[in-house]
Design a protein around this ligand. Structure first.
Ligand SMILES: Cc1cc2nc3c(=O)[nH]c(=O)nc-3n(C[C@H](O)[C@H](O)[C@H](O)COP(=O)(O)OP(=O)(O)OC[C@H]3O[C@@H](n4cnc5c(N)ncnc54)[C@H](O)[C@@H]3O)c2cc1C
Length: 493
């Protein structure tokens, strides 16, 4: 059996593992970092371009990031947090471009972000939302229109074949992005492998892990029929949907009570050149009543492996797998005495979600085309093909005073001493990877942030900190954007 030691072991070569490995390399170039990946390729699960929607989530168009409370008050809290997190990602990618690690044209494209709604009530709400948002420096420049002429200029394909009197409106934000997270992950990992101390091993699947009596983690990793034994003081479980099962095997008390609810998805994809060329934007609608926010329908311009295309969806579904390349036994294997009650509780309480998924599962080509026609009245089935998206595993957990909850965000579960951390959940996801991983580092390596050089190095990489009060000033944000735009080839639009 091969024995390996590393300062940090990262399980999973997706966007999260690649981001954490890159941050560690940037903060402490002397560390030995081992990344183990069960598949023969990197970024082949949720981070693969076609497995996610590739939206650079800046909260420019996603209506679920600006919820309205019971008194009709619009909350911008979530939108600002996500916008700030995405600004952190852009800064980090810009720093890597400056070092020659990334080439922006391979993964990042500027494309306007639109919100699109129908009916007087939603049109009025969108106008109000735009008024509040455009007054903030983060969203300045956001435009609103309900005039069919203006909408035709913005979205010619969407407006083609619509009755003149149809009540609808859109907001447009020009500095939106499409991100090929698969290409980005691959570029980061290719560059990392050329740095001393970093090793990536494909076809290496973590099977078991346990804490040794001296505090180190011991990982048993399968490589075909061979077994590799890895010892390390720090482990990150970034196995996407597979993380929950690995976390349960680690036996952390902090992980008790967590369960997972898998949601699968499908897209319609169009590569018919004249159509692709006539649509330019990511257009987000409203989630149907009873549907989870991640099922908001959207029509996107996409760049996948350098090729332009259109994507519409998602159509939600259910599979008991936790990974696209996973096993149907994943869900039953995750059921433990400590999470069973929460899982049953959520299944009973979230009946509308279960009903929605069942309704989506029953959809055939006719129903899928009807949803597409809402966005593109003249779409023809022969221009579109169906593709399977990545698996999401939503978090289920007990919350004090609230009982079992289905959580739609991401959550880092960490050992009390910071020696192991795991990322659960899938939303808003890859766009916010840098913020999530910086927070994880603060939790797991507090001593390096007190007196060490990590804070200074981080401030060089991410000079604009959206969480500090004065950073929200238009001037600080303006400086940050000026630098990122120049390096990444974006522009205020
Ligand atoms: C349908 C859909 C749409 C989305 N849209 C967006 C979007 O528009 N914008 C956005 O920002 N985010 C989006 N996301 C979320 C985003 O894709 C994820 O947050 C992100 O890709 C997660 O990265 P990851 O590294 O955690 O997981 P993954 O990319 O899934 O990587 C996990 C890796 O771990 C490996 N692994 C699993 N088990 C083991 C094991 N035992 N040993 C070793 N390796 C293992 C897997 O093979 C995989 O390579 C979307 C997700 C989905 C599913």
């Amino acid at each position: 059996m091969e024995r390996v030691q590393a300062d940090a072991v990262l399980v999973g070569a997706g966007m999260m593992g690649a981001t954490l490995a890159t941050l560690l390399q940037q903060l402490e170039p002397g560390l030995t970092v081992l990344i183990v990946e069960r598949l023969g390729r990197v970024a082949a699960e949720s981070s693969a371009a076609l497995n996610n929607a590739g939206t650079g989530h800046g909260a420019n168009c996603e209506l679920n990031y600006t919820p309205v409370d019971g008194h009709g008050r619009l909350s911008l809290h979530k939108a600002l947090a996500i916008n700030g997190a995405y600004e952190q990602s852009l800064q980090f990618w810009a720093a890597l471009v400056e070092q020659g690690a990334l080439s922006p044209g391979t993964f990042l494209h500027q494309v306007p972000h639109y919100s699109l709604v129908w009916g007087e009530e939603d049109v009025a709400a969108l106008a109000q939302r735009r008024q509040r948002m455009a007054a903030l420096p983060q969203f300045a420049g956001m435009a609103f229109s309900r005039d069919h002429g203006a909408l035709r200029d913005w979205l010619p394909l969407v407006m083609e074949g619509r009755p003149a009197g149809e009540i609808m409106a859109a907001t447009r934000y020009g500095r939106g992005t499409d991100v090929d997270f698969g290409a980005l992950t691959e570029s980061m990992l290719n560059w990392l492998q050329r740095q001393p101390g970093v090793e990536l091993r494909l076809n290496h699947a973590l099977r078991h892990l346990h804490r040794r009596s001296d505090g180190l983690w011991r990982l048993d990793v399968d490589h075909g029929r061979k077994r590799v034994r890895v010892d390390s003081p720090f482990v990150f479980l970034g196995a996407g949907g597979g993380t929950l099962l690995l976390l349960q095997r680690a036996g952390l008390p902090e992980a008790r009570g967590y369960g997972g609810f898998p949601v699968s998805g499908q897209w319609l994809i169009c590569q018919t050149a004249p159509l692709v060329g006539r649509h330019w934007g990511k257009v987000y609608g409203k989630a149907p009543v009873g549907a989870p926010p991640m099922s908001m329908p959207h029509l996107d311009s996409r760049w996948i492996s350098g090729q332009r295309g259109l994507l519409f969806g998602p159509y939600a579904g259910f599979s008991s797998k936790f990974l696209k390349h996973g096993s149907l036994l994943d869900l039953p294997a995750s059921m433990r005495p400590h999470n069973l009650l929460s899982m049953v509780g959520v299944a009973l309480r979230e009946r509308h979600l279960v009903g929605y998924l069942l309704q989506q599962l029953r959809q055939g080509p006719k129903e899928r085309l009807a949803s597409l026609h809402r966005f593109l009245p003249q779409a023809r089935p022969e221009d579109w093909r169906l593709a399977v998206a990545g698996q999401r595993v939503q978090i289920i957990r007990q919350e004090a005073g609230r009982g079992a909850q289905l959580k739609l965000g991401t959550e880092v579960v960490a050992a009390a001493d910071g020696s192991l951390a795991a990322l659960l959940g899938a939303s808003p996801g890859a766009s916010t990877a840098v913020t999530i991983m910086v927070d994880l580092l603060r939790r797991c390596f507090p001593q390096r942030f007190q007196g060490g050089h990590w804070p200074q190095r981080l401030a060089q990489l991410l000079p604009y900190d959206p969480t500090t009060a004065n950073a929200t000033s238009a001037a600080a944000l303006g400086r940050c954007r000026q630098r990122c735009d120049a390096v990444l080839g974006l522009k205020e639009a």
